[in-house]
Write a protein that binds this ligand. Structure first.
Ligand code: SF4
Ligand code: MSK
Length: 656
């Protein structure tokens, strides 16, 4: 029996099946309740958020306040300083975006630091894995590669990408990948990101009391800071991780809690940066520790991932995945987790309490993320084994002395993961004529209605995974090809939609393409930082021709139906500023019929950008996304082609 947490309790509880559609998580929630352990899924139901905060109608940017405005009559009152509801909402939104952008840029800067250490020969435990990708990325930002030594190119790439963070003027290196018409619009409005540090700094400065108090002006710096994430730090993180650890290609992987093994030492890695996980992957193959584990009665050491670094390692190496953000506390309740090892972002502090209840080692490894009550063993990329060896020793010792009965939900789903923008190009065009033209042609001829990015977190405000799954089913049924990342991808993988066998769930046109090419109707592209793969794929669609000249012309839409983080808001804003209609479920931190809300949900589109949308019901969200895709098809003059639905043999040959 688990040790009960001391004086914590919850007032309201509903049947576990109402908290999640993930059967494994539901089983563990029931067990936690029996064990007297409180999980986030119950805390989330019990918590009643402040209604003023939910609508972003409060300000605590100075201590003349905090000031609360009336969300039902937002123009009746202003803050002590005179700030209006539009200023207050814009500043709050701006600071959310600044934090999200800072998180991804901090991640990207750290990845760049590792890359520099490799280039300068300061670390021997990591290397350059994908030289072809290195050359491709270097070429994309104008670095000459012909006839040069690979480390010479890498050094120049490193110096160039450093500007992503340190530039104080000019344009970020990866903006060279933005379609010309989109980039011109950014130049016209003076929102091309310069360097991430200056963008975040300026946004924080402009949101100080008594500074930028016109939401129309603030939105420009908000967009610039968000673009510094998508076309900056996040893109650096994804591209350099591919270069160092290998560019993913489709691979079969197992998902869900059944990947844990009762007779093995189980180690879960959860977080966002791949370096520590790569270090663990190398260490668990060490015969010394395998023998140690066997000497303690285990059959071996089982390394699995969770959340986004799990999604990344699954895409790249096929490492099994135990579940998304909504299951990270629940998985500990199995009693089978000997160590949960974490790095940065989306790691609930509640894990410390749950881990204590089941004697699981919760181990923090990153100097930027300690957790009170966890053991900190710092991971040093120049000496990874000092950290990973201690983790292995602790996990093996915990296995040998397991005190709690083990109950592992016997559920796994096998799916195809590891799609990239490079692979989409290859799979549709073949190795000799790799191109996005076949994708565009299938959109133009109407077999594929459009493309949707469905991404983001899970949030205990709604039944875990339910909105993701219902939304994606509705989209593919209507011939919309779905690209996925992050915790959303794991939700759909658990629901069995990341297999080619899911093609019959798609509409007739999309199903034809999937069956001919041999792909699922839902393509998993990795972690939340890998949303940049969607940006690059969309840019390639513009370049391939026939679908307009800017990203805003494409028949595409995005959604984060169960979002919860500030990173999600930064991602949403970089998609909107790039030209994409982006819908958030759960709710949105603005008040309807205010000027700032109208700007985000309508005005930006009139200026030539994308726009925000919000709805809670998955079918309603799908309807909004499809209506937007159809609107773009009409503007492109390709709306008539969808009238042809029958596909004959010659059509089939054309699909591939
Ligand atoms: Fe109130 Fe203005 Fe201070 Fe905000 S900045 S807390 S609205 S006085
Ligand atoms: S981990 S930001 S819950 S996707 Fe990237 Fe998942 Fe959202 Fe965190």
């Amino acid at each position: 029996m688990a040790d009960k947490p001391s004086d914590k309790s919850i007032k309201k509880q509903v049947p576990s099946s109402e908290r999640t559609i993930c059967e494994a998580t539901r089983q563990m929630l029931d067990k936690a309740r029996r064990d007297g352990v409180i999980l986030d899924l119950d805390r989330g139901y019990d918590m009643k958020p402040c209604p003023i905060g939910v609508e972003s109608a409060c300000c605590k940017h100075c201590y003349m306040g905090p000031c609360r405005l009336n969300p039902r009559d937002p123009y009746k009152k202003v803050g002590v300083c005179g700030a209006t509801i539009d200023t207050i909402m814009a500043r709050n939104f701006g600071r959310n975006v600044a934090t999200g952008s800072a998180s991804h840029n901090d991640h990207g800067r750290h990845i760049l630091g590792l890359f520099r250490n490799i280039v300068e020969g300061k670390t021997r435990d990591f290397t350059i894995d994908d030289t072809m990708k290195l050359e491709r990325v270097a070429t994309s930002i104008g670095i000459e590669t012909e006839g040069r030594e690979i480390y010479d190119v890498a050094k120049e790439l490193c110096d160039e990408l450093e500007k992503t963070f340190s530039n104080v003027d000019g344009e970020m290196p990866f903006t060279k990948r933005v379609p010309e018409a989109t980039l011109e619009q950014w130049r016209k409005d003076d929102i091309v990101p310069r360097g991430a540090m200056v963008e975040v700094m300026e946004l924080m400065s402009r949101t100080h009391i008594g500074c930028d108090q016109d939401y129309n002006n603030l939105i420009k710096q908000i967009s610039r800071t968000a673009l510094a994430d998508g076309w900056g730090g996040s893109m650096v993180a994804t591209e350099l991780s591919d270069i160092m650890f290998g560019t993913p290609s489709p691979t079969l992987a197992e998902v869900n809690m059944g990947v844990l093994k009762e007779d093995h030492v189980n180690i879960i890695v959860h977080g966002h940066e791949p370096a520590m996980f790569e270090g663990m992957l190398a260490a668990v193959g060490d015969s010394f520790y395998i023998e140690e584990a066997r000497a303690k009665g285990a059959k071996g050491i089982n390394l699995v991932g969770m959340c986004c670094s799990g999604a990344e390692m699954m895409s790249r190496h096929g490492v099994p995945h135990a579940g998304n953000f909504g299951s990270t506390e629940a998985v500990v309740v199995t009693g089978a987790v000997d160590a949960m090892v974490v790095d940065i972002q989306c790691i609930k502090q509640g894990l410390a309490e749950v881990a204590k209840c089941y004697d699981t080692h919760l181990i923090t490894t990153n100097p930027r993320c300690h957790i009170e009550g966890a053991t900190h063993i710092e991971f040093d990329e120049q000496d990874p084994r000092t950290c990973t060896d201690q983790i292995l020793t602790k996990a093996i010792t915990r296995y040998a002395g397991r005190k709690h009965p083990v109950e592992i939900p016997k559920m796994t789903q096998t799916g195809v993961h590891g799609f990239t923008h490079e692979y989409i190009e290859y799979m549709l065009g073949g190795s000799f004529r790799g191109s996005y033209t076949p994708l565009n042609e299938n959109i133009i001829n109407g077999r594929i209605r459009g493309v949707a990015g469905v991404v983001g977190c899970t949030n205990p405000k709604v039944q875990q995974d339910s909105v993701h799954v219902a939304l994606v089913k509705e989209l593919i049924k209507n011939d919309v090809l779905v690209l996925q990342t992050g915790c959303s991808q794991i939700a759909l993988a658990k629901a069995g939609l990341l297999t080619p066998e899911a093609a019959p769930l798609a509409g007739p046109g999309l199903a034809e393409v999937c069956e001919t090419v041999g792909i699922p109707p839902v393509l998993g592209l990795g972690s939340c930082v890998d949303n940049t793969r969607i940006l690059i794929a969309a840019s390639a669609m513009v370049e391939a021709g026939g679908l307009g000249s800017s990203l805003a012309d494409l028949p595409v839409a995005g959604c984060a139906p169960e979002w919860m983080s500030e990173k999600a808001l930064a991602i949403g804003q970089y998609f909107v500023a790039s030209g994409v209609y982006t819908i958030f479920g759960i709710g949105f931190p603005t008040i309807k019929e205010t000027k700032f809300h109208d700007l985000l949900f309508d005005g930006l589109e009139k200026q030539g950008y994308g726009k925000w949308g919000t709805a809670k019901d998955p079918v309603e969200i799908a309807r909004m996304m499809i209506a937007h895709i159809d609107k773009k098809r009409k503007e492109l003059g390709i709306d008539k082609s969808r009238e042809r639905v029958l596909v004959d043999m010659s059509d089939r040959r054309d699909i591939a």
